[in-house]
Design a binder for this molecule. Sequence first.
Ligand code: GLY
Length: 356
Amino acid sequence: MTTITVSASNTYDVSIGAGLLSAAGATLKSLNDGKVCRVCILSDDNVWPLYGKTVSEALEAVGFSVLSYVIPHGEPSKSIPVYADILNFLASEHMSRSDWLIALGGGVVGDLCGFCAATYLRGVKYMQIPTTLLAMVDSSVGGKTAVDLPAGKNLCGAFYPPHGVLCDTDALDTLTPSIFADGMAEVIKYGFIFDRALLELLIRDRTAFDRETVIARCIDHKRRVVEEDEFDRGVRQLLNFGHTAAHGIEQHSDYSISHGHAVAMGMGIVTRAAEAAGLIASPFSAMLEELLAAFDLPCDTAFTADAMTEAILSDKKRDGAVIRLVIADEPGHAILWPCPAGQCKDFLARGIGGHA
Ligand code: GLY
């Protein structure tokens, strides 16, 4: 097992290893100063049948009293009505400030549970138990919690770090290839923005890479960034490589295109656009495209930049008249490039449809 300690507005451990779901009870008890309490597990209808029993039994075995709330899987559940239903459920069960929430699932469950934890009774403690690769390497760490609004993804949320994170690498065994690939888009993202050696490892090992090592390596990048810029005013924004176009693609597809696949498309689009604009000294979009293809990820969209405009203009990376786009200017290094909001659509359009 690998443990990474994140020291931000609160300090918490992220544990990565095989078989950790069955350690959920002992872990939570130690996080709660050796005391037991009531716990509500938020999960979805894909994950709960697979892992709900294991986690509930692990908690009950050490004395916790367990409630559960299971939502339909998928991005549409990350909404104000579902959020309100969960809060009403917690209130109807008289969950108190000394009780805990647990997010058992992927990014949707984690973001939603975190936002419930941030706001129910003005804040209760919560543990993240991510079961997808994407949630392990990115969304479960760092405390970004959110729901979507009709105007865009993650437009309502709070920074509210978890009080512990358990990544059981065995949970990856039950992911569909497409959901595993979603997480690989974020792993490849870390490589392009921070870690050329990680890219070399992925090129060499392809899907045979050691999971604990690679997940821990990505989480350690996230730790470093969150410790330096928890509230997303500077270096943390580099984690959004590919995300401005991705949010437009996700929203325009009514979320039928998943986050990881949209991020892969977004990375391809912004990199080709940056090459076309002369912002990259030695072009490497072919290397990015090849790596994405090796993990069955797309690198382009059939949508036009026009179709994505609305979401691009309400993107959180907007700062007044400027949208800070993340450009990997060489493999393993990225910059924030201020693109005038009025030119963003035309800039991204240069990266659409141009790949080999
Ligand atoms: N997912 C990007 C971040 O946590 O900042």
